[in-house]
Write a protein that binds this ligand. Structure first.
Ligand SMILES: [Zn+2]
Length: 227
């Protein structure tokens, strides 16, 4: 499945939420970003989410992982372990919805805690990468992300140079300039920045409720940052 198809599926789900917003939010619809939540999405695709304290462990190769989330297609239930904190649960929830939307053959699926960084991405199974990409497209939609980015950093893309590094990191600008080619360090600095050129704002990671790593990868995917 190519990336465009995956993004289209995420947009289809967002459109359905938008379309049903009066029913979903009888007291008034929240902001578009606040609508892009797993707990909202499951209501339009007729799944349920449960939040157990613990989902047990599973072995992958020689390592034992705590299970962060599961999708039980037959029962129509996504379970998210509360051990992993709000942002991780949010991403895992969207990832499980991705499996539900994209991978019909998956009847029961278990996930370790997800850390969608560029480095780990290469080692992950194709279906896992697809579900991660779905989650990113759903939680940080292209247009809303681009708008929120432009409101903070000006028209994209933001290209790393000495000045930009200084605006982001101040005295630590050198660290950013020394980061390895192809690393997500610059994207992460932008994702987590709470000010730019002296102007404060909520970071993009905070605004979209993503970890800095997940937000950085999304900025990179959308071509908003160039280092
Ligand atoms: Zn998965």
């Amino acid at each position: 499945m190519n990336r465009q198809n995956i993004e289209d599926e995420a947009r289809r789900l967002q459109f359905e939420i938008w379309h049903k917003r009066d029913l979903l939010f009888p007291l008034g619809a929240p902001s578009p970003i606040a609508m892009c939540k797993p707990e909202v999405a499951v209501r339009v695709i007729d799944l349920q989410i449960t939040y157990p304290d613990d989902l047990g462990t599973f072995r992958s190769g020689s390592e034992l992982y705590s299970v962060a989330g599961t999708l039980d297609r037959r029962r129509g239930i996504i379970s998210l372990s509360t051990r992993f904190g709000e942002r991780a649960m949010r991403f895992t929830g969207a990832h499980e919805i991705g499996h539900y939307m994209l991978h019909e053959g998956e009847t029961f699926h278990r996930d370790r805690p997800l850390s969608p960084s560029g480095d780990e991405g290469h080692g992950r199974h194709t279906k896992e990468q697809e579900a991660d990409y779905f989650a990113a497209c759903f939680l940080a939609p292209r247009r809303l992300t681009t708008e929120a980015f432009a409101a903070r950093f000006g028209p994209p893309p933001l290209v790393l140079d000495d000045n930009i590094a200084y605006f982001l990191k101040g005295q630590k600008a050198d660290e950013l300039m020394r980061a390895a080619t192809g690393s997500l360090d610059f994207a992460a600095a932008v994702a987590g920045a709470r000010s730019f050129a002296g102007r404060p704002f909520p970071s993009l990671a905070d605004k979209f409720g993503l970890s800095i790593g997940a937000m950085a990868l999304r900025l990179h995917e959308l071509g908003l940052v160039v280092s």
